[in-house]
Write a new protein. Structure first.
Length: 280
């Protein structure tokens, strides 16, 4: 029997994203904290100048040039950064348009096609998070799925693409509440588990992937009430915390996720060790 959500404290799960694999041009760009890495721009003037230069590069590069998709994608990423800094909706709309153009002109079979699709999906998720249009989320999931389908197991970017797909599916499941499709949460758990399985121990991305797997397992427990999911969620969050060094910028959110899962287990089973650990 599923737990009664009406009696639970509302608490936020902190999903984590991995930096997108960058295109051929501008590989040293730092990107965003959620999907594109950390934001390296110290002030708005820097990002404005960067966008101006990238817009000029796009304008003077013909669609037939092999670098055009990468130029469009880099411009789209920069517009996303500025949107998250300033909140101007024109920037996220333009970012999506640039990423869509990159996808449209890059040929099928090109090794960068999955990255372009995933960047488009990520920008659609960001617009959904601000405006709540489910069409954006549905489109994002379709783009992330297409990106995953194009990458073989063993490719170094496969875990990142699986993680983005799983997180988008989890977002849709949670946003729809009781109307959420169980296929979404089953798929989210599966994609997050696959991302963890494909990532070797010691890899810097492993704690992030474990965190998102724990979030998916906890969401499935809250709907279906399987205590194995709850135990596994606690376990994954604990490992993520153990692998995160003191002072890491993601340490607070990972500790919060672990505390939330321990509190959920305490509410269900009443073991005081869980509540003590959650507070500690």
């Amino acid at each position: 029997m599923a737990p009664n959500s009406n009696n639970q404290i509302e608490r936020r799960r902190n999903l984590e994203g991995l930096p997108q694999p960058l295109s051929q041009i501008n590989r040293n760009h730092g990107g965003r904290s959620s999907f594109y890495g950390s934001d390296d721009f110290g002030n708005c003037g820097d990002i404005n100048r960067k966008i101006e230069m990238e817009e000029e590069a796009v304008r003077f590069t013909p669609d037939s040039h092999p670098d055009k998709p990468s130029l469009l994608s880099n411009l789209g990423n920069s517009l996303v950064i500025r949107f998250e800094r300033l909140g101007n909706l024109n920037d996220i709309d333009n970012a999506i348009a640039r990423h869509q153009s990159a996808v449209n002109i890059i040929p099928d079979g090109h090794p960068d096609k999955p990255n372009q699709l995933s960047n488009l999906g990520s920008s659609l998720v960001i617009r959904f998070e601000h405006l709540g249009n489910l069409d954006d989320l549905d489109s994002a999931i379709a783009r992330h799925q297409a990106a995953v389908n194009l990458i073989p197991d063993g490719h170094p970017v496969k875990p990142s693409l699986l993680n983005n797909l799983g997180s988008s599916l989890l977002t849709r499941f949670e946003r729809l509440g009781n109307l959420g499709n169980l296929d979404d949460i089953e798929s989210a758990v599966g994609r997050h588990q696959a991302a963890v399985n494909l990532t070797p121990d010691g890899h810097a991305d492993k704690p992030c992937l474990l965190t998102n797997l724990g979030n998916s397992l906890l969401a499935r427990f809250e709907r279906l009430g399987n205590l194995d999911d709850l135990a596994n969620a606690v376990g994954r969050h604990q490992v993520a915390v153990n692998l995160t060094p003191d002072g890491h910028p993601d340490q607070p959110s990972r500790l919060s996720n672990l505390g939330n899962s321990l509190l959920t287990r305490f509410e269900r089973l009443g073991n005081l060790n869980d509540i003590d650990s959650g507070i500690a």
